[in-house]
Structure formats: C-alpha cells, structure tokens
Design a protein around this ligand. Structure first.
Ligand code: SAM
Length: 328
C-alpha cells in the first residue's frame, strides 16, 4: 500500500511497522499455569498463529486434547496448517467468545481442564495494511478482528455524533484530548469522509501536541478497536463460559495487553472468588459474588526483561490465572 502523500505530519520512524511472525507471549508461564493434567482436555480460545497451542500440545501426553478457536479466518488458516501434525488430538473451529458456549455444547464437552485467552492481535494482523489496525501503515479504516462483524472503523468515525466519538476515546482509550479529537474528525468528515488509517491519523495529529503523537494515536486506535470488536463485552462472556465448563481444579489463564482488559479480568476473578465488587458506599452487597474460583496470581505475571528484549510486543502483557473450585 502506498504511503500517503497528504499526511500532515509523519509518525516517528521507530513506529513504522514491518511484517513479522507472531511470537507467543509468556509461553512457559502460560503452559505451567494451565496444564495440571497432561492427559486432560484444554481450550485455546484465541489460537492466533498457533504459538501457544503448539507449546500446549507438545506438553500434553498423546491422550491430552486441545480444542482451539478464533474469530479471524486468517488465524484459522495459518494455525490449521501449522498444527495439522497434532491431529486427531487437536481440533479447530472458527468462533467468537460470544459463540463459544454453543460450540462447546456441540462438542459434548462437559468438563474442561483449562481455558486460555491470549487477547489482542496477531502481529501479522496488526501489520497487514488491509486490516486497518495500525496508524503506521496506510490501509482501509477497518479494524474488525472478525470480518463478519457489521461495523468498520470507517463507518463509526463517519457516522457517530461528536459526543459519542469523544466518549469512545475517553472510556476505551482514557484519552484526555478525546473531545478535541472528536471535534476535528467531525470537521474533517464534513469535507470528505475518513477512509484510511492515515485519514484518521492526520485528524488526530492536527490537534494534539507533537510530543504526544505516539501515545495518543495508540489510545485512539485502541479505543476504536475495543468499540468495534466489543472486546470488553466479549471478554466478560469468555470468562463466564470458562467458569461454567471448567472442572474442579481446572484453570483459566488470561493474557491481556491493555489496562481496560486487565481490569475486567481482575474484576471478574474477584467476583467469582467471592470478593465483593460493588462500588463503595452501597448499603448492601448487590454484585452477586460467588465463590467458584481461587485466584492464583495475586499480582499479574509480566514478561522478563529478556523476553521483552526478544519480543518487544510482549512489553505490556499481564497474565492472570485462576482455578475452579467446588461451589460452596
Ligand atoms: C494475540 S493473538 C493470539 C496469539 C496466539 N496465542 C499465538 O501464540 O499465536 C489473539 C487472537 O485472539 C483472537 N480474538 C480476539 N478477540 C476474539 C474474540 N472475541 N473471539 C475469538 N477470537 C478472538 C484474534 O483474532 C487473534 O487471533
């Protein structure tokens, strides 16, 4: 894809992306938290390029099984090729978290030993101009992880009211210039609709201080991605499904890459471990806390300096794990 000629300011050189293979994050930690029984049955709900699935299948015994899912057809294509040597103890289906319960019901699986959710994006999706996830390469403003979702980022930025856009940037991106950015988007789209990642990038760069360029662009693009893919809602569903299907002693491992998602994991782990998550000041508990999980990671596990050196995309990763216990 050609580089834009119109771009009002360029992004710092180090942010320009290149196509790279996805390197699984915290691979040893994921496997050791997740696998409690080498003959067990496991779910990788975010198979991506199959990096973690490969590690898991190598760790399991010949009786151990892995069912893998992803909403992105490209991830399904790549991982089915990479993991075919593990068949028949490996199965793969395309599914969003919101459809996972139905998929698991279909397989007849009643008790699962472990669920893995490695959130975020595959490196190859992030750097593919056609997917529109990155402000560093020009492409259509799309940002859908699942091409069957109806709304693209272009439709959102060209149709929502200024206040609604500002609310997305503030609530999903914690962007303090949210109103100014939303106003400029609305002003620019009045002249011509925003169609590409560079159109959005330029609308942002025009109204924020130059030294905040990278952080602000990351927050605005992240906010739109969370909104379009309903990532936080999907994550809540994903965790509820895991709690429902895990056998006692089975585990959930979640790797997140941004604070909004990590907060959802923390909040639901607290709720399912019997700790109240009501806002302070309520006269009585209304959160319906239940003791179904034991949290295994009091603090999130983060990658070592060596891992970050080898794989800079791992720098914001946070792993949390919990174990299913028998309901009291
Ligand atoms: C960081 S990648 C996973 C990488 C993988 N663990 C590996 O080692 O190759 C995250 C994957 O989760 C998928 N994903 C994100 N949200 C999803 C959802 N709601 N339902 C299903 N898959 C989802 C994305 O399509 C992407 O392929």
């Amino acid at each position: 894809m050609r580089r834009s000629q119109k771009s009002s300011r360029s992004v710092p050189r180090k942010e320009k992306t290149q196509r790279r293979d996805h390197i699984p994050v915290l691979p040893d930690e994921v496997v050791s938290f997740l696998v409690t029984d080498r003959e067990g049955t496991y779910i990788d709900a975010t198979v991506g390029d199959g990096g973690h699935s490969t590690r898991l299948l190598e760790r399991l015994s010949p009786q151990g099984k892995l069912f893998a899912f992803d909403c992105d057809p490209e991830a399904i294509r790549t991982s089915s090729e990479r993991l075919k040597r593990f068949q028949p103890r490996f199965r793969l289906e395309r599914s969003r978290f919101g459809e996972l319960e139905g998929e698991l019901d279909k397989t007849g699986l009643a008790a699962v030993d472990g669920f893995l959710y490695d959130l975020g994006l595959r490196t190859s999706a992030l750097t593919d101009p056609e997917r529109g996830f990155s402000y560093s390469v020009e492409g259509p403003l799309d940002m859908r992880s699942d091409p069957d979702l109806s709304l693209t980022a272009a439709q959102v930025v060209n149709s929502l009211r200024q206040e609604e856009l500002a609310e997305i940037f503030l609530s999903y991106g914690e962007e303090r210039h949210s109103r100014r950015i939303a106003k400029n988007i609305v002003r620019r789209r009045g002249r011509s609709p925003l169609k590409t990642t560079y159109d959005l990038r330029d609308a942002v760069l025009e109204v924020i201080p130059k030294n905040l360029a990278v952080k602000t662009l990351s927050r605005v693009f992240q906010a739109l991605r969370l909104h379009i893919n309903r990532d936080l809602e999907e994550l809540r569903i994903a965790l509820e499904v895991a709690v429902r299907f895990l056998k006692p002693g089975g585990r959930i491992v979640v790797v997140t890459y941004q604070s909004k998602e990590d907060r959802v994991v923390k909040e639901l782990f607290r709720k399912f471990s019997g700790r109240c998550v009501c806002p302070p000041g309520l006269p009585e508990c209304r959160c319906g806390k239940v003791k179904l999980l034991k949290v295994l990671t009091r603090k999130a596990v983060t990658p070592s300096a060596e891992e970050i050196e080898l794989n800079p995309s791992a720098r914001s990763a946070r792993l949390r794990a919990a174990e299913r216990i028998i309901a009291r």
